[in-house]
Design a protein around this ligand. Sequence first.
Ligand SMILES: Cc1cc2nc3c(=O)[nH]c(=O)nc-3n(C[C@H](O)[C@H](O)[C@H](O)COP(=O)(O)O)c2cc1C
Length: 230
Amino acid sequence: MSGEQLVHSERRRARPSREGIVRPDGSNRLNVLGISASPRRSGNTAVLIEEVLAGARTEGAEAELFSLAGKDIRPCDGCNACFKTGSCHIDDDMAAVYEKMAVADGIIFGTPVYFYGMPAQLKALIDRTYAPPPGGGRMTNKVGGIVVAAGSVGVVDVVKDLYFYFAVKRMLPGGWLGAYATGKGDIQGMTGALEAAHELGREIVQMAAQGFQFPRGFRRAHFAYGTHTH
Ligand SMILES: Cc1cc2nc3c(=O)[nH]c(=O)nc-3n(C[C@H](O)[C@H](O)[C@H](O)COP(=O)(O)O)c2cc1C
């Protein structure tokens, strides 16, 4: 290995440790969570996300997939009780994924396109993040990445909705990619998409390692005044 390569690989190994972050298990490795919103367990979305997570692991991060397939994540019922109690009263699988989201440094949202938008499972999950994350955490400053599998039309609609979600939550917008494949697992042969997914995983870790924090103490910048606000 040349001197330059060595310096590069040392720098890479050093990046994933974010100073000041110590996890319950005592490690300070960065943590990337992949959420697959497809009901097809080994479908195109899952293949893409697994590749993102593999890329994240090459940068030294811990990376885990949470599939919404078969999970019970019910819609927000708008009771607003979470404002008072700090947590949602609905007893379902949201708690398990929200715990993982709360401690993740980067979250990769993977989804198929359903009727030119995101599937109901993902919208339900997003709406449920109206309640604060468990453990007093916030979604703020986490890096968000996006992978979308589609048959034909609608990738950008989903991507825009997720980027807006990142903006509202003051997350950091990582990269996105869309891939067109219809049958379950058709994406396997799309080497360009898989390579891009791998790169995206590496980028998410490197972004998270920068440790950027939005300044605190400002009002939220995403409200439309004159509606229910003043
Ligand atoms: C209910 C349903 C609606 C769909 N709507 C769209 C659509 O609007 N646009 C599109 O490009 N593909 C659409 N598709 C195709 C899926 O996005 C595509 O098959 C994708 O690869 C599925 O990903 P998966 O294998 O991870 O489940 C739809 C599929 C289903 C089952």
